[in-house]
Design a protein around this ligand. Structure first.
Ligand code: NDP
Length: 461
């Protein structure tokens, strides 16, 4: 008789956990996955996927605006939020069902309960109180939104979790934060006709992105009607008798809105998992500490995805999960290479970014060549809009290796996937330029930037 109930017990059926469980089960291992909410995790249930549907829904406002310039009339459409929510929920349920089927077809058991470690090989399930044992454990519990607990009135604020289920669209919203989630939801609500204010404590949104990208995006979202307040925080949030909120700000202003949304980061979801009982080491942010093979300090316990706080992106969690399965159940030691991972921000306009920012490159290699284009795409010039696209290449001046590519504008996320292949392969600027343009596209600008960009301040010096 087997020593344990399972060969592998996965806690968390999100992107990383499901991939790992499925691949492990396909090797013949006896696998169970516990999920306290719905199978699919943050990405499918309350993250990337429903967010992208909301982005699609909200982009129509811009399409209708452009349509009139192309000869269409009667473009003053109305938007039905409850109808959209219903359609979104149907699609999310379908996708979650596919995850369930994939797990079951691979032979994994799904346990719809909360799992907590009692020791390195035993989990307790809630609510049934059943205990199960496993030879190996994989922690894949992801992250959850975090808000400043000490802010007076923070209990009135929603996070992205609730933004997917608002009963009705507010007239006015205050979104706090300057990261991915804040700028994406600012674009969504603004596109859906909500009077949107984005408030960020720093000098420029999207810290960590290339500075040109950050300032370009700020200008573009302001053009689309988002009010951006920088260098400011809440002193308190006050609920009025009519149910609205007064946002008292450090700049002395008071902004009244119907909803306040905090998008101030996510924290690894390790609380209450019993990791201390199993002796699993956490870092100061509460993330599970792992090695390159996603192994914790405990010999039979691994962790993948946002709970390890490495690069918190779905495709990274999936690759970490796959690498774990290959290493532990496929007899093929595999570690995911976290270098040069591209990402997209589904702001409006969106961002695609891969490799080093200009500042990072200057710091790492010293002298860099910058190629940059800012222009109105042909669709925009036709209808008389003033939205501009930004494309930027960061090149190592000594080796001519392309170190970074940054695009802001329509289809930037689609473009960056292709650029990422070349940059990951170590492409040089000469090889990049030897690629013939695809015409007429905006992307052709990427392979036709020949003049080095010199900022005006330097050119005048
Ligand atoms: P981010 O870490 O990207 O941004 C958090 C923002 O909140 C920062 O601007 C930060 O400011 C600000 N902030 C933090 N604490 C406070 C505070 N106490 N008061 C005011 N502002 C504060 O987190 P997100 O929540 O936007 O996203 C979480 C993660 O999810 C991302 O890092 C990303 O990995 C992932 N994600 C990816 C997406 C994609 O791929 N398209 C989409 C959505 C999420 P400061 O910069 O000053 O620290």
């Amino acid at each position: 008789m087997a020593k344990y109930d399972y060969d592998l017990f996965v806690i968390g059926a999100g992107s990383g956990g499901v991939r790992a469980a499925r691949l492990a089960a396909m090797t013949g291992a006896r696998v169970a996955v516990a999920e306290e909410h719905r199978v699919g995790g943050t990405c499918v249930i309350r993250g990337c996927v429903p967010k992208k549907f909301m982005v699609y829904a909200s982009e129509f406002a811009q399409h209708f605006k452009a349509a009139e310039g192309f000869g269409w009339s009667h473009c003053d459409m109305t938007f039905d939020w409850p109808r959209f929510l219903d359609a979104k929920d149907v699609e999310i349920a379908r996708l979650s069902g596919i995850y369930v089927n994939n797990l079951q077809n691979a032979g994994a058991d799904i346990v719809h309960e909360r799992a907590e470690l009692l020791d390195a090989h035993t989990v307790k399930l809630t609510p049934t109180n059943q205990t199960l044992t496993a030879d190996k454990i994989l922690i894949a519990t992801g992250g959850r939104p975090t808000v400043p607990q000490d802010l007076p009135g923070i209990e009135h604020a929603i996070t992205s979790n609730e933004a997917f289920h608002l009963e009705k669209l507010p007239k006015r919203i205050m979104i706090v934060g300057g990261g991915y989630i804040a700028v994406e939801f600012a674009g969504i609500f603004n596109g859906l006709g909500v009077d949107t204010c984005l408030m960020y404590r720093g000098a420029n949104i999207l810290r960590g992105f290339d500075n040109d990208v950050r300032s370009h995006l700020t200008g573009e979202i302001e053009k689309r009607g988002i009010k951006v307040i920088l260098g400011t925080e809440h002193t308190r949030i006050e609920k009025t008798d009519t149910g609205t909120f007064l946002n008292h700000l450090t700049n002395g202003h008071v902004e009244e809105t119907d909803v306040v949304m905090y998008a101030t980061g996510r924290e690894p979801y390790t609380a209450g998992l019993g990791l201390e009982k199993a002796g699993v080491k956490l870092n100061e942010r509460g993330a599970v500490v792992v090695d390159a093979f996603s192994k914790t300090n405990v010999d039979n316990i691994w962790a993948v995805g946002d709970v390890t706080d490495r690069i918190n992106l779905t495709p990274v969690a999936i690759r970490e999960g796959a690498a774990f399965a290959a290493t532990v159940f496929g007899d093929n030691p595999t570690s995911f290479d976290h270098d040069t991972v591209a990402s997209a921000v589904f702001s409006q306009p969106p961002i695609g970014s891969v490799g080093l920012t200009e500042a990072e490159a200057r710091h790492q290699v010293g002298k860099v060549d910058i190629y940059r284009a800012v222009f109105r795409p042909m669709k925009v010039t036709f209808y008389g809009g003033d939205e501009r696209m930004l494309m930027k290449l960061v090149v190592d001046a000594a080796t001519q290796k392309v170190l970074g590519c940054h695009v802001v504008g329509p289809d930037a996320p689609e473009m960056i996937q292709m650029a990422a292949i070349a940059i990951k392969m170590g492409v040089t600027k000469q090889q990049w330029d030897s690629t013939c343009a695809v015409h007429p596209t905006a992307a052709e600008e990427l392979v036709t930037m020949r003049e080095k960009y010199v900022p005006i301040e330097l050119a005048m010096a």
